[in-house]
Structure formats: C-alpha cells, structure tokens
Design a protein around this ligand. Structure first.
Ligand SMILES: Cc1cc2nc3c(=O)[nH]c(=O)nc-3n(C[C@H](O)[C@H](O)[C@H](O)COP(=O)(O)OP(=O)(O)OC[C@H]3O[C@@H](n4cnc5c(N)ncnc54)[C@H](O)[C@@H]3O)c2cc1C
Length: 312
C-alpha cells in the first residue's frame, strides 16, 4: 500500500509511526513544509486539565499511549528525549511559597496540600529533539521525507491512503470550514535562570508554565494565547512583556532571566470542546487536527484511530 502523511508535527509524526507499526510493509512518504506548532510546544504532558485537575476524556488511556511512544522512540534513537519528573499544578494564586516552588527550594510533596497538587507521572518532552528523533527513526525504517507544500486534497492521486495532519495549515483547506475552529497564537521564552537559582526538576503550572528543558538551568516560560496578528511573525518584545505581566509576582527575579530564544506557533482548538477532529474525507483521505493545547496527550492516541480508519 502506498501511503502519504501530510504534516510532521505531533499529529503527522504519530500517524507515520503508527502506520509502520500496523503496516510495516507499506510505502510511506511524509510531506511537510513550513512552521509547526509542535516545535514551539513546551513539552508538558499529563492526563488532567484545569485548576481542579479533572481527568481529560480518555485521559489515562491516551497518556499511556503517548508514554509508550516516547519510550519506544527514545530507546531506538538512543538519547534522552523526555523526562518523567512530574508536574506541580498550583491552585492558590498569590501563595507566598510560589517563588520557592519555581526555584526548586520546595519539594512538590511539601506543598501539594496547601498550594495545589502534584502529578508524579507528568512528563516533560524536549519537543524539538523529539521531532528530530522520530524523523530519524522513521528514516531508518525507510520512510521518505519530501519538503513540499501540498495545496489540495486532489494533489496526491497516486497514493492509496493520505492522512492530513496540517495543524494550523488546515485553515487553507475547505474541509475544515464546516467546523468552528479557534486559532490562537502562542509564544514561549527560552530562558537561563539567574545566578544562584537552581530551578525545580518538575514542570510548574499556574495559568502559565515554567518547564525544565534538556539543558540544565534553561527553562521554558510560557505561554501566551493571542487572538490578534495570528499569522504574523513572532515578536520577542511582545512575548516578553506579556509573560512578564504573568510572572513577575510569582517570580520577582523575572527581569534577571537571560532570554535565549522565543518560539511561537498557532494552536488550533475546537469551539465546542477540547477533543481533536478525526474525520474520513472520502474513501482514501483522512484528516486529523484541532489538538489545541493537548497535542502531546491526544496525537498518538488519535493517530492509532486514524490508521485504523485508513485500513478498515
Ligand atoms: C507556545 C506553545 C506551547 C505549547 N505547549 C504545549 C505543551 O506543553 N503540551 C502540549 O501537549 N501541547 C502544547 N502546545 C500545543 C501543541 O503545540 C499543539 O497541540 C501541536 O503542536 C499540534 O500538532 P499538529 O501536528 O496538529 O500541528 P503542527 O505541529 O503545527 O504541525 C503541522 C504540520 O503540517 C505541515 N503543513 C501545514 N500545511 C501544510 C501544507 N499545505 N503542505 C505540507 N505541509 C503542511 C507543517 O509544516 C507541520 O509540519 C503548545 C503550543 C504553543 C504554541
């Protein structure tokens, strides 16, 4: 069977990997070009949402699927691409211990009763490294990568099955217009902590997030949810000022952070809920999009169903 996957963010990469799992002999080509939100993702993944920590729909199953994928890619790639160091979710706005929690001076289990809750299984993925790793693994298994924009679902007529995992690129395609989609730009800053601040090993979430990276002392501080100027270039100044307003009370040394990079992307959400869209467009085309802020939780889980849909 000749298969094409269009898009190589968390959605497309999970679909490509799953195709090879379910159909090891297929001929698989991946088409992708342009920006991807997945490179900007701060890398947090756990099965819950909101301040009250409600379990997401199919959250546990989806989380297990994601974790299994990360472990497999890491084992085959041979370098660390994620850490399971937990997520601290703060509920008490303005709690005096918040700064120490960010700085790593308080253990998660010291604070969970009073400030929020602790998700020990929570994961931090090093998003860019991961995408490089999964691409490397797929190339080793014979997948062909083509750096090409595909502008119409009729353009890939020679393939038996095509999965469209376009992220925000879906707004150019007619099939997405029947859904009420919400596009939100997000910026996150990569920063080095000031002298003398150790930093927590875990991800810290309180509206925004403070997340460790693969480099010691370097954190992702995120993130913005912008409604305007969605398709314009990313702006370090705008990101810095919005994130400063969000963090300065919780982390008064914000101005001493050394800003190393800004990453941005456009999230695609569904107005009526938070579950992504998986749809059969016709007998050979399937589309998967609308992961919002939960790409890591749901992409591998929905990818399994996308491939099943293609093969049924
Ligand atoms: C700042 C920020 C922080 C985030 N943090 C997290 C987080 O911590 N945890 C989490 O789970 N989620 C997070 N998210 C959300 C997450 O990034 C998205 O859910 C996820 O990236 C969506 O993946 P995707 O594959 O659908 O889209 P994308 O990653 O955008 O991939 C789309 C792909 O399609 C390709 N493409 C598009 N159009 C075409 C075309 N016409 N032809 C060929 N190729 C095309 C693009 O090049 C790209 O490869 C964050 C998002 C942002 C912006």
């Amino acid at each position: 069977m000749k298969v094409a996957v269009v898009g190589f963010g968390f959605g497309g990469s999970s679909v490509a990997y799953e195709f090879l799992r379910q159909l090891p002999d297929c001929q698989l080509d991946v088409f992708a070009v342009g920006d991807r939100a997945s490179c900007a993702a701060s890398g947090m993944c756990h099965p819950y949402h909101g301040r009250r920590g409600k379990l997401n729909e199919n959250g546990l199953e989806a989380f297990d699927t994601t974790l299994k994928l990360f472990k497999e890619v890491q084992a085959e790639w041979g370098e660390p691409i994620f850490q399971q160091s937990g997520v601290l979710r703060i509920m008490a706005e303005g709690h005096p211990n918040q700064t120490q929690a960010i700085e790593g001076d308080l253990k998660a289990y010291d604070v969970q009763e009073k400030m929020g809750w602790w998700i020990p299984e929570g994961v931090v993925l090093f998003s860019k490294l991961y995408l490089k790793a999964i691409e490397g693994v797929l190339k080793k298994r014979g997948v062909n990568f083509v750096d090409q924009r595909i502008d119409s679902i009729d353009a890939l007529g020679e393939y038996d099955r095509v999965v469209w995992a376009l992220g925000s690129g879906v707004h150019h395609f007619e099939f997405s217009k029947k859904h009420q989609l919400r596009y939100r730009k997000g910026h996150a800053l990569y920063v080095r902590l000031p002298e003398g601040v150790v930093g927590g090993k875990h991800a810290y979430v309180n509206g925004g997030h403070f997340v460790p990276t693969d480099e010691k002392g370097v954190y992702v501080v995120g993130s913005t949810y912008e409604k305007e100027d969605i398709w314009g270039p990313s702006s370090l100044e705008r990101a810095r000022s919005e994130l400063r307003a969000m963090w300065i009370e919780k982390f008064p040394r914000f101005d001493e952070l050394e800003i190393l990079d800004v990453r941005s992307g456009v999230r695609v959400g569904i107005r009526s809920g938070y579950l992504p869209i998986l749809e059969q467009l016709d007998e050979k085309n399937v589309a998967i999009y609308g992961f919002g802020s939960r790409g890591l939780l749901y992409a591998p889980y929905y990818a399994k169903q996308a491939v099943k849909m293609c093969l049924s």
